[in-house]
Write a protein that binds this ligand. Structure first.
Ligand SMILES: Nc1nc2c(ncn2[C@@H]2O[C@H](COP(=O)(O)OP(=O)(O)OP(=O)(O)O)[C@@H](O)[C@H]2O)c(=O)[nH]1
Ligand SMILES: [Mg+2]
Length: 313
């Protein structure tokens, strides 16, 4: 009897998954963070910032929308690239709705977006019920007269459930998107505590924030050749936390560049990560960074397991 009553209350709520896919740098993580209202996925001006699936949870009335931010989809060259692209498509497989983000400030439709659309066409042939919506992002950088043309061009390639034009950074056009998504979610009890913003463990978030600061401060191929892990997290009696991290670099020469003269560069990067972590976690943080040369980390399955990436994708 009681359980029936519980079920009937549950049918008033909706919950499901909305995957964000698109070419690198389209603004997927920026959009998820904006809607969730907190930084759960890191953002940089560089391509290929997101490396794994990151879930962010948003509430819209009686709907719980679980966003799945994914790595940008591009032509993979290395093992890590393949694992990232694979993770992005896996995000689509588990989603009730997939949002394809496109940076409409680009002069033309980029090659990556072209091949993503082709892949979606294949998926739709196999699974006609899957829903795909198109989001033209960065309208703040786009001439209004070119917007409709771009929407039309993409819609001719594939029939989307819906087309939105937004600025993830400025928060424009997002209300419509959220209310549409809220209605697309299937009837279901909430899948997460409505207070939750993410399912990412704090220690992983700490590693990501540090990786973001490394991306922002290092250039050329260096950011792509490193990875960050939290080795341990220790609670201190004074309420602070000690976080011990390893930064793995794949070339000997990179260690010196990351550290900088007398370790000054690493110190600066570590400080900016620590400051952000302190405001995120609202407590004092002691961040320890250890830069390690590990030539073959990109071929080490342990580095992938940590992020739920498939080694042999
Ligand atoms: N002007 C403007 N910039 C934006 C907008 N959305 C995102 N950006 C910027 O675009 C860059 C890339 O944003 P991300 O959110 O990291 O893009 P992403 O699609 O997650 O990129 P990957 O993780 O590399 O695939 C950042 O510098 C953002 O600040 C927007 O609507 N307008
Ligand atoms: Mg991203």
């Amino acid at each position: 009897m009681t359980s029936n009553m519980e079920t009937s209350t549950d049918t008033n709520t909706r919950a499901g998954f909305a995957a964000l896919i698109g070419a690198p740098n389209a603004g997927k993580s920026t959009l998820m963070n904006y809607i969730v209202g907190a930084k759960v996925s890191i953002v940089t001006p560089k391509v290929q910032t997101t490396r794994s699936r990151i879930r962010g949870i948003a509430m819209a009335g009686n709907s719980q929308i679980i966003f799945v931010d994914t790595p940008g989809i591009f032509k993979p060259k290395r093992r890590l690239d393949r694992a990232m692209v694979h993770a992005a498509w896996q995000g689509t497989d588990e989603a009730d709705v997939t949002l394809l983000l496109h940076d409409c400030a680009r002069a033309t439709i980029d090659e990556d977006t072209h091949s993503i659309v082709k892949q979606i066409i294949k998926i739709k042939q196999e699974f006609p019920k899957r829903k795909f919506a198109l989001i033209l992002n960065k309208i703040d950088l786009t001439k209004p007269e070119s917007l409709l043309g771009r929407a039309e061009e993409l819609s001719q390639m594939l029939e989307f459930e819906k087309v939105f034009m937004i600025s993830a950074e400025k928060g424009k056009g997002i209300e419509d998107l959220v209310s549409w998504l809220a209605n697309q979610m299937p009837q279901s009890p909430f899948l997460f505590d409505p207070e939750d913003l993410s399912d990412l463990p704090q220690r992983q978030l700490a590693a990501e924030i540090l990786r973001e600061k490394l991306y922002l401060n290092l250039h050329q191929e260096l950011p792509y050749q490193l990875t960050v892990e939290t080795d341990s997290w220790q609670e201190k009696e004074d309420g602070s936390a000690e976080i011990y991290t390893s930064i793995y670099v794949s070339r000997e020469g990179h260690r010196g560049i990351v550290l900088g003269k007398k370790g000054q560069s690493m110190k600066r990067i570590g400080q900016s990560a620590r400051m952000e972590l302190e405001s995120m976690f609202e407590r004092r943080i002691h961040l320890f960074t250890h830069v390690k040369f590990r030539k073959d980390w990109m071929n080490d399955p342990d580095r992938y397991r940590n992020w739920d990436l498939e080694f042999d994708a």
